[in-house]
Design a protein around this ligand. Sequence first.
Ligand SMILES: [Zn+2]
Ligand SMILES: [Zn+2]
Length: 298
Amino acid sequence: MTSDGSARRPGRQSGPVIDLHAHSTVSDGTESPTVLVEAATAAGIDVLALTDHDTVGGWEEATRAARRTGLTLVPGIEISCAVGGVSIHLLGYLTDPDDPALMAELAHARESRATRLARMVARMAADGIPVTYEQVLAQVAPGATAGRPHIADALIANGTIRHRDEAFEVWLAEDSPYYVSHHAPHPVRGVELVRAAGGVPVLAHPFTLTRSRGADEALVEQMYAAGLVGLEAFHRDHGPEQIARAEALAERFGLLLTGSSDYHGAGKLNRLGEHTTDPEVLDAIERASSGVTTIVRP
Ligand SMILES: [Zn+2]
Ligand SMILES: [Zn+2]
């Protein structure tokens, strides 16, 4: 840990602080894009990627805020993919926000998520868990992507639990009887869509400790063949074993390794800058993009 309490990569004491994964109220974060950018600037973050789930809806607001505070902003998304019932998250940096194929896929995913939440809540309520769909919708900001964290927020608001993690541990996990899957592209398709939109695909928290199952080496190889550029190795869901697996794959395929907080505001314990990305890696991400969407520098 550094003096300001943030965990940094070993051996890196200076240079810009680069955090390439954060959420706003446009998906399931608790801070608006403006407040998120202000919080990141105040926390000493030099470069922040806004990566809301399945939407670019926060980019404009975050860009205006970043220009005001002097933060460097990397426009991004986190696409919910799935294979064999396992949820896989794919980060896409610097994608073209007007790419029709990618935008159509994201719109489909958002619609499917909305109806799926209603089905999950119905199953929970039928089992006596005190939550209604109206309470869940009350937790979703206008135009935001609704997700399982909003069910958790409804349970916090009505006093059933104190923190989102409690709901995920018992009711909302993929192996829970209340879990309902939603439309999500295969991760290889996700990589193809991001590349076709001029963006840079990075597999988010591949070998996650806290979710029921993550990716495996064979899937990473398939995604690499489709154009995967990097792995998010340094993340709070990864321990030494998961980092070692990511490092071995990076060595084998020449993939970049990123580090990020996956910050959600007050909604999760993740702190801004708790894991960071090396400047050379960010440079490589920028070079790998088509240049249609660019990093917003002050
Ligand atoms: Zn994720
Ligand atoms: Zn995330």
